[in-house]
Design a protein around this ligand. Structure first.
Ligand SMILES: [Zn+2]
Length: 192
């Protein structure tokens, strides 16, 4: 959902690209941010971040998002995600050119709001434990990755980080649900 914040820049980020054309290289923009390619300067001012789940999400998607936030990311750093029906932070479905998109609204390096949408044009596996079919994207994998963007972690397209959840490519049929050292280190660097 687009909300009008007059002074807030909308940064639209496209992630988990299946196409190399989305693999823009942003390493040069990282100077001074630290030695992790995943870390940025934009942060939440509060370490309790609430999210709500759009009514257009199936039960399976809702479970995947909750699992990603609470079971995977909570406890890793001081940033905690909490479900809230009254939050402005939404997860939903959209017609997209990519598997998912996360929009980050920020001002003065402070994150104001984040929205994430899954591509409703794709075939999805929403089961937490089952692997996706070869023509399906895995909702839990994508949700963990996109929640990484809620921290304001950045994508990396460097193959040396291919084990990281913030690696910016996903394949159909791929399930990857474990944070790597790089993911954890970046989250703890931003939210000690
Ligand atoms: Zn991404």
């Amino acid at each position: 959902m687009l909300k009008s914040f007059n002074s807030i820049r909308l940064m639209s980020i496209v992630f988990i690209a299946t196409l190399v054309t989305n693999g823009f290289i942003i390493k040069d923009a990282l100077a001074g941010v630290g030695d992790s390619p995943l870390v940025t300067k934009q942060k939440w001012s509060n370490t309790k971040v609430t999210y709500d789940l759009g009514s257009d999400l199936s039960r399976g998607f809702k479970n995947a998002v909750d699992h990603a936030g609470v079971m995977v990311w909570n406890g890793v750093s001081s940033l905690e995600f909490e479900y809230s029906g009254t939050s402005f932070n939404d997860w939903g479905m959209r017609e997209l050119d990519n598997p998912a998109v996360t929009q980050i609204y920020s001002t003065d390096n402070k994150i104001i709001e984040v929205n994430t949408y899954f591509n409703e044009l794709e075939q999805w596996n929403t089961a937490i434990l089952a692997d996706p079919d070869p023509d399906e994207l895995d909702a839990l994998t994508v949700a963990i990755h996109e929640f990484g963007h809620w921290f304001r972690l950045r994508d990396t397209y460097d193959d040396m980080y291919s084990d990281a959840m913030m690696y910016g490519y996903i394949d159909y049929g791929e399930k990857k649900v474990k944070l790597s050292y790089e993911d954890i280190d970046a989250a703890q660097t931003m939210y000690p």
